[in-house]
Design a protein around this ligand. Structure first.
Ligand SMILES: Cc1cc2nc3c(=O)[nH]c(=O)nc-3n(C[C@H](O)[C@H](O)[C@H](O)COP(=O)(O)O)c2cc1C
Length: 191
């Protein structure tokens, strides 16, 4: 079974990220090849990067970096649920990525984005570029949710329509293929 971590990128009070993530989590849980867990950056609560050495060296001095390293290292795959802020992805996510290096390498990432008309696709494009620099493989099959608020009720529950459910299923199937292949790659690399 592969370990899948679903990362909630937004951290602001009143954020909608957790509602959308709950839907992603419920669907992912129906895929028996994944052992799925939510990782909430608001709970992780990292400060702005405060390590002196490049993360490649893993000379971590702060307990929060060591804890974050352990969480990310333990995963075989990620789904990143991201909002779009000013045509980009949230700074909280960039900061969380920058803290580490090796822990991300040779792992696949599916991206779920949400926003207005664009469904957050500008944030996705930016994010893909950065994920590639830490040797992650961002999947081509992202899930983009335009006008996402129409799917959220008064209790904050997100309800997907058929198109979104199919889109997420497609991404999860693709994620399973990449996860298996990349796990083999990591094992080969370890020698
Ligand atoms: C600082 C800020 C910038 C935003 N910029 C965009 C944007 O570029 N594109 C977009 O579709 N929505 C934008 N929005 C609206 C967000 O889609 C909406 O607030 C959403 O709920 C943000 O995700 P969150 O609730 O998880 O933080 C922005 C919201 C904030 C707070």
């Amino acid at each position: 079974m592969f370990k899948l971590k679903i990362i909630i990128a937004s951290t602001r009070p009143g954020r909608k990220g957790p509602s959308i993530t709950q839907w992603v989590y419920e669907v992912a849980k129906t895929h028996p090849e994944f052992n799925t867990e939510i990782v909430d950056l608001a709970v992780i609560n990292l400060p702005l990067l405060d390590e002196a050495e490049h993360p490649r060296l893993q000379k971590y001095t702060q307990q929060h970096t060591k804890d974050w390293s352990a969480i990310i290292d333990a995963a075989d795959a990620y789904i990143i649920v991201t909002s779009e802020y000013n045509y980009g992805y949230p700074a909280t996510l960039k900061n969380a990525i920058d803290f580490l290096y090796n822990e991300w390498c040779y792992k696949p990432a599916g991206i779920v984005s949400y926003g207005g008309l664009s469904g957050g696709i500008r944030a996705v494009q930016q994010l893909k570029q950065v994920l590639s620099s830490v040797k992650m493989v961002p999947l081509a099959e992202s899930v983009n949710i335009p006008f996402f608020t129409k799917h959220i009720d008064a209790e904050g529950k997100f309800t997907a329509d058929d198109i979104l459910n199919r889109s997420l299923e497609t991404m999860l199937k693709e994620l399973a293929i990449w996860t298996e292949a990349m796990k083999q790659m990591r094992e080969k690399k370890k020698g």
